[in-house]
Design a protein around this ligand. Structure first.
Ligand code: NOJ
Length: 559
C-alpha cells in the first residue's frame, strides 16, 4: 500500500514505519524475585501498563546468557536466557503476552563481539589450530605488538589483549571480556544467521543490530590511519564488506520473515546512511543516526543547531529511506536532564515538550522507558555508586594517567549512561516498587513523588500526556508519513514545523526555552484546532502567525 506525500513521491506504507517503539532496559524495569535485578517475569507483570502507553513495539535490551560485564552486551549463549532474567519459558510467556496485546517485540542482537565466556571463544583461545580460532581476530605475538587499535571500554584504551595460552593477542573494540567476532569467516556468519532464525522462528518481530557498523574490519590490520585519533569511530564504521554482510543477512534472514531491522549507527555520511536502508539494496529497514542525540552537552546546546540537524536528516530522507527518531536510550543520561530542564519548576513541561517532538516528527519514534514519567538523572557524586563498567574503566584510566578525576565525575553526573539505568519508579514504596531486595543500582531519591502511581490518577501528568501523544500519532497517519517543513528557522527559542499528507496539515510549535517566547509561523489560518498542549487551558492564539508560548510550551494544531 502506498500513500502520497503532497508534492513528493509516493511512500510505501509499512508497519514498522507506523510503529511507536518503547525501549525496555530489563535490568532496571521490574524485579519479580527480590534479587535486585529486573527480570522477564517483572516485565510480564507490567504488560498491561505497557499496553496502556499506546506503544506498538518493544525493543528489549539483550536478555541472553551473559556474565554481565556489560549488562548483557557480552553474550555467552545466544540461544538461552540470562539466569538473572529468568527462563526460556518466561520469554515465551512474555512474547505471547505482548502479541496477545497487539504489541510486537524487537530483540537486540549483539554480534560485533561475544563474551569471552562464550563456548566459541573458549575453543578459539585454546589452540592456534582449533576450528573456532578464526571466529575471532588473533595476532600471533612473534609478529610483535599488533598495530594500535582504540578500545572504548579498556582501562588503557588498548583494543588488543595478550593471551598467554597461545602467545597471541585478540581484538576487543569494547571491554577485554567482549572479543570481536571475525565476520570475514563465512562459518561465523552462518552461525549468526542460524541464531537469528532461532529467534525469528519463535515469532519475534525484529532485530536491533548492536554496534554493527564495526563488524567489518580490514583484517590485515594496517597501522592506525593518521587523522582518526579523536574520531576512531569514523575509521571503525563501514569497513570492507559491511554491505555484503547485510545483503547476505537480508537474504538469509530478513527476507524470510516479517521482521523489522535497524542497526546502531548510520555510517559516516548520508551516502552511507542511504546505502544501509535503500529498499532496492535489500539491507536494513531504517537508519538510527546519532547526530541528533549527540547534540546535548553538559555545557548546553543550541536549538538552532538542533533544528538544523533534524531538518537536514529529514530532507535527506524525505524521498528515500526511513529514519528513527530518538533523543534517549540506555547509553544516554535521561531525556529531560539532557535536552530539557529537570529543575522541579520545569521538569514536567519540558519533558512533555520533548515527548511532543519525538512523537510528531517523521521517522519511527524510539522512546526510552521511564521518560514517559519524566524520570531525571540520578547524578551520583561518588564513584562507588556507578555500575557501568565502561565509565568505571574510564575513571581508572584518568586516575592512572594523572588526569582530572573530579572533572570526569562532574561530567558523569550529567552524561553517564547509569543515569538512564536507575530503577523504574513505579510507586512511593521502598525502592520505588522496583524490587523487594537491594537494587543493583541505587534508585533515584525523587521516586517518592516522581512515580507511575502518582501520575496514573493525575490527568495532567507526563504519563497521561504521553498516552495522548501516542494516540494522536496512531490516529493520524500525517504524523507518520506527512511531509515535514521547518518554519521560523532562525527563531533561537522555538521549534516550529508542519506535517502534511493528502490535504491534512498539522502545525507543531515547541518552546525549547525556560522563558516566554513567540512563534512566527506565517500561517494566517483562522479555523485551526488545538489538538494538544502541555499546559492546562492555554489561551487561544489571536493569530497563528504570532503565538505566545509559556516556558517549554508545546502545541499541536490541526490546520
Ligand atoms: C552499544 C550498546 O548500545 C551499548 O550499551 C554497549 O555497551 C555497546 N554497544 C557494546 O555492545
Amino acid at each position: 500500500m502506498f500513500c502520497t506525500r503532497k508534492n513528493t513521491t509516493q511512500v510505501e506504507k509499512k508497519w514498522w514505519k507506523e510503529a511507536i517503539v518503547y525501549q525496555i532496559y530489563p535490568r532496571s524495569f521490574k524485579d519479580s524475585d527480590g534479587d535486585g535485578v529486573g527480570d522477564l517475569k517483572g516485565i510480564i507483570s507490567k504488560l498491561d501498563y505497557i499496553k496502556s502507553l499506546g506503544v506498538t513495539v518493544i525493543w528489549l535490551n539483550p536478555i541472553y546468557s551473559s556474565p554481565n560485564d556489560d549488562n548483557g552486551y557480552d553474550v555467552s549463549d545466544y540461544r538461552n536466557i540470562m539466569k538473572e532474567f529468568g527462563t526460556m519459558a518466561d520469554f515465551d510467556a512474555l512474547l505471547k503476552g505482548l502479541h496477545d496485546r497487539g504489541i510486537k517485540l524487537v530483540m537486540d542482537l549483539v554480534v560485533n563481539h561475544s563474551s569471552d565466556e562464550h563456548e566459541w571463544f573458549k575453543q578459539s583461545r585454546s589452540s592456534r589450530t582449533n576450528p573456532y580460532r578464526d571466529y575471532y581476530h588473533w595476532w600471533n605475538a612473534e609478529r610483535g605488538k599488533p598495530p594500535y587499535r582504540y578500545s572504548l571500554f579498556d582501562i588503557n584504551h588498548d583494543a588488543w589483549r595478550y593471551d598467554t595460552v597461545t602467545n597471541a593477542y585478540y581484538l576487543h573494540y569494547f571491554s577485554p571480556k567482549q572479543p570481536d567476532l571475525n565476520w570475514e569467516n563465512p562459518k561465523l556468519r552462518q552461525e549468526v544467521y542460524s541464531i537469528m532464525k532461532f529467534w525469528a522462528d519463535k515469532g519475534i518481530d525484529g532485530f536491533r543490530l548492536d554496534a554493527f557498523q564495526f563488524v567489518a574490519k580490514d583484517t590485515t590490520f594496517p597501522a592506525f590511519p593518521k587523522g582518526f585519533e579523536n574520531t576512531f569511530w569514523l575509521y571503525y564504521a563501514m569497513g570492507p564488506h559491511l554491505h555484503d554482510y547485510l545483503q547476505e543477512m537480508n537474504k538469509e534472514v530478513f527476507s524470510k520473515y516479517d521482521v523489522m531491522s535497524v542497526a546502531e549507527g548510520a555510517g559516516n555520511n548520508f551516502t552511507d546512511a542511504h546505502n544501509l536502508v535503500d529498499t532496492n539494496r535489500k539491507e536494513l529497514n531504517m537508519a538510527y543516526a546519532f547526530e541528533g542525540v549527540d547534540i546535548a552537552k553538559s555545557s548546553g546546546y543550541s536549538l538552532l543547531h538542533f533544528k538544523e540537524v533534524f531538518t537536514r536528516w529529514d530532507s535527506a530522507f524525505a524521498n528515500n529511506g526511513w529514519l528513527s527518531i530518538f533523543l534517549a536510550n540506555h547509553d544516554q543520561a535521561r531525556l529531560v536532564s539532557r535536552f530539557g530542564n529537570d529543575n522541579p519548576q520545569f521538569r514536567e513541561v519540558s519533558s512533555k515538550m520533548l515527548s511532543t517532538f519525538i512523537l510528531t516528527m517523521r521517522g519511527t519514534p524510539y522512546y526510552y522507558n521511564g521518560d514517559e514519567l519524566g524520570m531525571t538523572n540520578a547524578g551520583f557524586t561518588n564513584i562507588e555508586d556507578y555500575r557501568d563498567k565502561a565509565s568505571l574503566a574510564e575513571y581508572q584510566h584518568v586516575k592512572n594517567t594523572g588526569g582530572d578525576v573530579q572533572k570526569l565525575l562532574n561530567e558523569m553526573q550529567f552524561s553517564c549512561r547509569d543515569n538512564g539505568r536507575t530503577p523504574f519508579q513505579w510507586d512511593s514504596t521502598a525502592n520505588a516498587g522496583f524490587t523487594t531486595g537491594t537494587p543493583w543500582i541505587k534508585v533515584n531519591p525523587n521516586y517518592t513523588t516522581l512515580n507511575s502511581i502518582a501520575q496514573e490518577t493525575n490527568s495532567n501528568s507526563c504519563l497521561n500526556y504521553f498516552r495522548q501523544l501516542t494516540k494522536l500519532r496512531r490516529d493520524n497517519p500525517v504524523l507518520v508519513y506527512g511531509k515535514y517543513t521547518l518554519l521560523d528557522a532562525a527563531n533561537p527559542s522555538v521549534y516550529t514545523y508542519t506535517r502534511e499528507l493528502d490535504g491534512v496539515k498539522f502545525l507543531i510549535v515547541l518552546n525549547f526555552s525556560a522563558v516566554t517566547a513567540q512563534a512566527h509561523t506565517a500561517i494566517e489560518s483562522s479555523n485551526a484546532t488545538l489538538l494538544l498542549c502541555n499546559y492546562i487551558n492555554p489561551p487561544a492564539a489571536p493569530s497563528l502567525n504570532n503565538i505566545t508560548l509559556k516556558p517549554y510550551e508545546a502545541r499541536v494544531y490541526k490546520l
